[in-house]
Design a protein around this ligand. Structure first.
Ligand code: PML
Length: 249
């Protein structure tokens, strides 16, 4: 059977390339027969976003030629913290546990502040804390990934994790990113001003949710992949953007 990668991006105040502000994005893998639902799902997602009404949207689909790799979801834990400060301290200590030197974590935080309108992820070399992709405000967008909703819901029920689309999408991305040998760790929190939970993920720690990683109302998100800088970066980015994966529990 043929599978298609379906992707959406939406912005306001113009297209991304023209300084528009990113408000929503989405990734799906669909059969041909389900394309209509897939496109409609992404359309709905962009139109109901809490960051405002888009005035630019692109939805595209494309046949996947490569075989789709199946991955098990990362082991998941939720860390309840009282304050953003406590959350940030926990995030740093988890990143260090996964093998990122403290200095490089501090440098990565500076980099994030330099790109307030970043759309994708930035890749940071764990050995010196420098950015190693050349994508500027665009960053690297992880694509070609999905998790069948029925299978996700079974998993979520079993581990008593909220059955939210947001968690599903974040865990799919974290599972893909952290399955690559060059990824040492990942740090993420949402750009949705009403959503303060973020996570640190790595092969050994799994997906560690942290309930308070930024102030309520803050529109600045964060997505950093900490990478072993000795790896072949072009083939790493190619993996993130192109290799199709399905999470299956
Ligand atoms: C996002 O909304 O863009 C990322 C959300 C990350 C955290 C999801 C969760 O595990 O609650």
């Amino acid at each position: 059977e043929n599978f298609f990668s379906v992707r959406m991006r939406a912005s306001k105040d113009g297209a991304h390339e023209n300084g528009g502000k990113h408000i929503s994005g989405g990734e799906l893998i669909s059969t041909y027969d389900n394309l209509k639902n897939a496109v409609n799902f992404l359309l709905e997602k962009a139109l109901t976003h809490t960051r405002g009404n888009p005035d630019f949207m692109q939805i595209q689909f494309e046949l996947i030629e490569e075989t789709i790799t199946k991955l098990l979801p990362l082991h998941t834990a939720t860390n309840e913290v009282e304050s953003v400060q406590e959350g940030q301290i926990l995030a740093v200590s988890l990143l260090m546990k996964s093998g990122v030197p403290k200095k490089s974590i501090e440098r990565a935080f500076q980099l994030i502040d330099e790109y307030p309108n970043l759309r994708g992820a930035i890749l940071v070399n764990i050995w010196n804390g420098e950015r190693i992709d050349d994508r500027h405000e665009k960053g690297v967008r992880v694509s070609r990934m999905d998790w069948l909703t029925t299978n996700f819901e079974k998993w979520a029920n079993y581990f008593t994790i909220p059955r939210s689309q947001r968690i599903k999408e974040a865990l799919v991305l974290a599972t893909k990113v952290n399955s690559h040998p060059a990824t040492i760790s990942e740090l993420c929190w949402s750009d949705d001003p009403e959503y303060t939970t973020g996570y640190v993920a790595s092969k050994n720690l799994g997906y560690q949710r942290i309930t308070n990683l930024k102030e309520y109302g803050d529109e600045h998100g964060c997505r950093i992949f900490f990478v072993d800088g000795r790896s072949d970066i072009d083939s790493y980015i190619d993996y993130l953007e192109k290799l199709p994966i399905i999470v299956q529990w």
